[in-house]
Every structure is written in structure tokens, then in C-alpha cells.
Design a protein around this ligand. Structure first.
Ligand code: ASN
Length: 485
């Protein structure tokens, strides 16, 4: 058997079920790797000694019928974990220990998984490089000095470096798919309403969605079937028939109609992204899919729409951090002074920027011109997809407009940072599912991802397409194990 930490989740589960390895051995292996890789700064909170205790107790009374029997895993620090510090990457929550568990993480523990710790992320998930975290930036294991993407940067780095066999992130405008694309891993943003938002620190409630990040598509399907449940504790959770995605996974996608939106050929698109997309189209054809050019005419408006809607919702959601109810509190001369000092010392500059933009677009006099208009454009973007899906079963695009960039390269230029989300935000605005799979590399050898976008609730279909294409691409076999250095 190869090194425990380099196994896929599916392989790991099989080895544990076949009693070839114990939960304790597995957990020790991941802890050991985590301790040796602290330079990545992937963890905000390590929960290693508790993880070992839980693993030992699993081995004493194992239950191999569970889907993740004694499997250790780390999760993004945006999920509330009962009695374990949850910071959302922010100073303002630096001392927050939730008295309750998020539904998504509870679903994972219920099937036998064990928490290894909480992974670094951009502050309140606002960012595309993990550089806005109060706990410092995260290194990509692919090349030191390279961002792992964001906001689920700690998750992507930990997964690519084999510190965790699988992980969960959240995606508001691309936070799962972009870091997956930057680190040669797989990331799924499920349909809005598929995974419960209960216990996830809120950023933009009409866009936030939890989802799996994994080494391959099969693992992604397995975790999705575990975390996707109807939850009456989330008023936007949707009660629909969920598949056993991993069991129903097939690579037979013959005759599937896959759309290629002409508006995604953006100005100044780097040649390597064009080439990747062209190759992706060829892979899809090789799998027996039919390629159809489609139009999503309002694509150009998606980024500005997102950067009005998301900050508006953030400004409202983050109003609760006032130094009274949660976390950090600064001293003030009086109540107002205390509020002001708490919020200006507790939030980083990107979060403050978004709160100000959000407050501005919601203020009377500007509401109609910005927020209301953005809502109307959002509807048009959604309609574009609905029209397209009359002709096709799924849509294929690049995941990001470039490969990973250097730490510090874009920190002083928020607009260039926001442009990272150009291919991912339309999906969140329309509430659709989309998956990013590793598909190639740029000139420097850094990974690039392709995105497959589905109809609402059609996760099975995009997982199948991703599965079939993954088999053709053979990314993990072709690319030397740079993430295991
Ligand atoms: N949260 C996300 O999905 C990340 C996105 N880049 C943002 O900063 O809003």
C-alpha cells in the first residue's frame, strides 16, 4: 500500500473497512504530515490530540457500516464546530467557541469522520488568495510563494499537500472552484439550497453554499451525498430527492449535449486558458458528448452584479459583530465609541471595504440605482442559463482566467483580485451547481481547471461528466506528484 496520506478517500475507506489500517494509524499519519507541513499555514486550529482520542475510541468499537469509518479530516474554519474555536479567518472571532455544530459538519461526524482541525481561509470568505486571513496567508504546496486560491485556501492547500484526505469548503463566488483549480484538486459548488447553511458563518446568504473538495471526482461524489441533506434549520434548504451520487456515478456520457458559451471568450484571455478550453472540448467529444455553442448574453454583468449583491448582504450579516454579542471587543469611551473601535480593529481592510460598499449600495438614494438594479440583472443572468438549458445538458468553461499567482501580486489591486471570479460568479448568482476538475497546466507547470456547470439539482449529471473527462485527462497520473514534495 502506498503512503496512507496519498490515498484517495475511497481507497482509504476501503483499507479501513478491510482492516488493513486502523483509524488511529490513519489519524497519526495525517497528524504527522500536518506537523511537518506547518510552513504552509493551512491550519488555524489543530485539534490533533482530540482527533487521536476519537480514533482510538473508534478502533475499540468500530462500525464499518459507516460511510467514513474513523476517517480523519480537516474542514474550513467557516463551519461552526461545537466546543472547537471557529474564527472565519477573522480577529473579531478569534475567541469564538461555538456552542453548536453546523449541519454539514454534523452530517460528516454522523457517518464516522473525525475532526483533525480547522483550516485557514480568507476573512469571512472574502478573497481569492487566502491573503485576507487574520491568521496569515497560506502557501500552496505546489510552489512556495504561490497562493493556493481562496477563500477556501487552507482547504485546498491541505488537500493538495495530503494533510487531509478530503475537505469541505464554502463557495459564494468561486471559493471552492478557484482554489481547487489553483491546486490541481476537484471542487464542487452544489445547487443553492442543497447543503444546509445552518452553522456556517454567513457572508452573503443568498449565495453561500458548502461543498466538497477532493482528490478525485469519485471522492467528491461520496462527500456530496453525505453533506447534502434537507434541513429545517435553514429556511433556504430545499427538500428534493437526493441521489447516492457515488453509487450512481457513471462515465457513460454518450450523447450528452454540452454547451460552450461564446461570451466566456473574454478580452485578453491568456492563450493557455484558451488552449485548455479547446482541449477540454476535445476531451468531452472523446467521451461521446456533443458540443454546442451557446450564448449567455449577460455574462459581462455578472462580476459587477456579484460585487454589489455580495457586499450588500455582507454589510447586513456582519452588523452582528459589535463587541457585545460575539468575540473581540475593544475599549471605548462610550457605547458608540466601543462599537466603532471594535469594528475597525476587529475587521481587516477587505472586510471593511465590502461593508462600506454594501452599506453604500443599500443606503436610501442609492438603493434603486445599485442594489435593486443588481437584483434585476441577477434575474437576467439566471434567465440566460434557463434559456441555454433548453438546448444543452451542461456547460463547459475554464474555471479561472489564469493559474495561481504569487503571494502579494494582487493584494494592492482589489479589482484585479475580483477578476479571478469572472467565470465562477455567474453560477452563484443563478444558484446552479458547478464542478472544477484539474485539466492541464500553464507554462510554469501550475495547474488549471475546467468548470462544468449544471442545471439546478443536476449534480449527478455534472459529476458524471467530470468523472468521464477525468478518465480521459488522467491529470493525477500525468502530473508528477508535486504536491507530495
Ligand atoms: N467567497 C468567495 O466565493 C470568494 C470570492 N472571491 C469573494 O471574494 O467574494
Amino acid at each position: 500500500m502506498s503512503d496512507i496520506t496519498s490515498l484517495t478517500l475511497t481507497e482509504l475507506v476501503k483499507n479501513i473497512k478491510d482492516k488493513k489500517i486502523s483509524s488511529e494509524e490513519t489519524t497519526k499519519a495525517f497528524i504527522d504530515r500536518g506537523e511537518k507541513s506547518r510552513d504552509l499555514n493551512a491550519y488555524i486550529t489543530e485539534d490533533f490530540s482530540n482527533a487521536l482520542l476519537k480514533a482510538k475510541s473508534f478502533d475499540q468499537k468500530p462500525n464499518f457500516d459507516l460511510k467514513l469509518p474513523g476517517v480523519p479530516m480537516a474542514v474550513k474554519d467557516l463551519f461552526c464546530t461545537k466546543d472547537v474555536k471557529t474564527t472565519a479567518g477573522s480577529k473579531i472571532l478569534n475567541n469564538f467557541i461555538p456552542p453548536y455544530e453546523s449541519t454539514v459538519t454534523q452530517n460528516i461526524w454522523d457517518v464516522g469522520a473525525i475532526l483533525l482541525g480547522k483550516l485557514n481561509c480568507d476573512e469571512f470568505a472574502m478573497g481569492s488568495s487566502n491573503e485576507t486571513s487574520f491568521f496569515g496567508n497560506v502557501q500552496s504546496p505546489i510552489d512556495k510563494g504561490l497562493v493556493p486560491g481562496g477563500s477556501s485556501g487552507g482547504s485546498a492547500s491541505a488537500l493538495a499537500a495530503n494533510l487531509t484526505p478530503i475537505t469541505i469548503g464554502t463557495d459564494t463566488g468561486g471559493s471552492i472552484r478557484q482554489p481547487a483549480s489553483f491546486t490541481g484538486t476537484v471542487g464542487l459548488k452544489p445547487t443553492y439550497g442543497s447543503c444546509s447553511r445552518y452553522g456556517i458563518v454567513a457572508f452573503a446568504s443568498s449565495l453561500d453554499q458548502a461543498g466538497p473538495m477532493s482528490k478525485d471526482v469519485k471522492d467528491c461524489a461520496l462527500l456530496q451525498e453525505i453533506i447534502s441533506t434537507y434541513d429545517e434549520k435553514d429556511s433556504t434548504s430545499i427538500d428534493f430527492k437526493r441521489n447516492e451520487y457515488s453509487k450512481e456515478l457513471t462515465n457513460n456520457i454518450k450523447g450528452k449535449k454540452i454547451g460552450v458559451p461564446k461570451e466566456y471568450r473574454v478580452d485578453r484571455m491568456p492563450k493557455e486558458i484558451e488552449d485548455l478550453w479547446t482541449k477540454g472540448i476535445e476531451y468531452a467529444k472523446d467521451c461521446g458528448a456533443e458540443i454546442i455553442e451557446i450564448s449567455l448574453p449577460h455574462t459581462n454583468y455578472a462580476l459587477p452584479t456579484y460585487y454589489i449583491v455580495a457586499p450588500a448582504e455582507a454589510s447586513s450579516n456582519l452588523a452582528r459583530y459589535d463587541g457585545v454579542k460575539y468575540g473581540f471587543r475593544s475599549k471605548g469611551e462610550n457605547l458608540i465609541d466601543m462599537y466603532e473601535k471594535t469594528r475597525s480593529e476587529g475587521f481587516g481592510s477587505e472586510v471593511q471595504r465590502r461593508i462600506m460598499i454594501g452599506t453604500y449600495v443599500l443606503s436610501s438614494g442609492y438603493y434603486d440605482a445599485y442594489y435593486l438594479k443588481a437584483q434585476k440583472v441577477r434575474k437576467l443572468i439566471k434567465n440566460d442559463f434557463e434559456e441555454a438549458y433548453k438546448k444543452v445538458d451542461a456547460i463547459l468553461t475554464p474555471s479561472t482566467p489564469s493559474a495561481a499567482f504569487k503571494i502579494g501580486e494582487k493584494t494592492n489591486d482589489p479589482v484585479s483580485m475580483y477578476l479571478n471570479d469572472i467565470f465562477t460568479v455567474p453560477v452563484n448568482l443563478a444558484g446552479l451547481p458547478a464542478i472544477s476538475i484539474p485539466a492541464g497546466v500553464d507554462v510554469k507547470g501550475y495547474p488549471l481547471g475546467l468548470q462544468i456547470i449544471g442545471k439546478a439539482f443536476d449534480e449527478q449529471n455534472i459529476l458524471n461528466i467530470a468523472y468521464a473527462m477525468e478518465e480521459k485527462i488522467q491529470f493525477r497520473n500525468k502530473i508528477t506528484d508535486w504536491w507530495i514534495k
